[in-house]
Design a protein around this ligand. Sequence first.
Ligand SMILES: NC(=O)c1ccc[n+]([C@@H]2O[C@H](COP(=O)([O-])OP(=O)(O)OC[C@H]3O[C@@H](n4cnc5c(N)ncnc54)[C@H](O)[C@@H]3O)[C@@H](O)[C@H]2O)c1
Length: 366
Amino acid sequence: MKRVAIIAGDGIGVDVTREAKKVLDLVVRARGLGIEQVDMDYGAERFLRDGVTLPPRELDAIRKDFDAVLLGALGHPRVPDMRHARDILFGLRFGLDLYINLRPVQCLDDRLVPLRDRTARDVDFVVFRENTEGLYADVGGIFKKGTPDEIAVNEDVNTRKGVERILRAAFEHARATGRKKVTMSDKANALRFAHDLWQRAFREVAADFPGILAQHLYSDALTMQMVKDPGQFEVIVTCNMFGDIVTDLGAMLQGGLGMAASGNIHPGRVSMFEPVHGSAPKYAGKDVANPLAAILTTGMMLGYLGFRAEESLIETAVREAVRRKKCTKDVGGNLGCRATAEFVCATLTPLLGGAAKSSAKRSKRR
Ligand SMILES: NC(=O)c1ccc[n+]([C@@H]2O[C@H](COP(=O)([O-])OP(=O)(O)OC[C@H]3O[C@@H](n4cnc5c(N)ncnc54)[C@H](O)[C@@H]3O)[C@@H](O)[C@H]2O)c1
């Protein structure tokens, strides 16, 4: 039995997770998968009500008793300093040592490609973003805050171990999926120390994968090339902040943030899956958010848990929703969040084969 914790979070995170859960429930029932879902009530509402973000004992329980976490999104105007979001999101990413942020940049339909003379086939690569250190390591401080002499420092933390393991993960993924090229992107020309380490580690790790072409691009050149000729990329590996930025650009190449899925992974351990988008507060509760990124993310989670066939069927159903414009406005349809997920479920049901079985465990709340 696999155990999945579900944290819907804030804003449209709640809307899209509710719909993604319907897809998950359907797949679990129809295929009789041994997956138990546990809803966890963490997010801005809980923080404002009880002052609770993510208690250390819960993080421990997730580490010990769960196989995956499905997260919606975090961020609420009533918590402007984002304290709860930092505790929950970074608590999970750092606390569970989820060093791989795997972000597929795959466009599912020609109609969604924003570039002239390009098709969906030109947008099909994955980004491996380092996820536990770099400029997001929260090392630094403010000196003489609020005075004219103020100094603010964020340290860029790059460890040999941290850099090497994300590079190795990118090459291993390329080898496992038959991809032939890994592009490492840094800013070694300006960041002479931190990214010199990336350069040296990249050369060393690449030597262990002789069948895979190791390419280097500075991050400014990478963004330019992603727009000019995205078809040249297969696997991109980069640091935490550049990965954050280039995957938003990647999301636009695949049809927008409503289409971009991601996994926060430590191979062999409990890992966390979330759409790339945030909580988009202005759309919260209005039945307009695109649930497809969250649904694709649920597919990724199933794949990680070993249910690869089901992941692929979910992708097929999502592709069909986009192709037939049975989707939300941001991707050219005129359905709401709920109706889009209903279409995905209706398309998925015959693909899953046969009537739903009733043996699956029901959701528990805690
Ligand atoms: N991982 C996370 O939880 C995460 C990631 C990014 C931002 N945030 C937080 O979310 C809040 C809002 O941030 P933001 O506005 O910069 O980013 P956002 O991703 O929430 O939204 C940016 C814009 O993208 C579009 N969009 C995003 N998701 C969509 C969807 N599913 N369907 C349709 N359109 C969608 C909307 O036009 C939206 O205004 C902030 O509090 C931010 O800190 C959280």
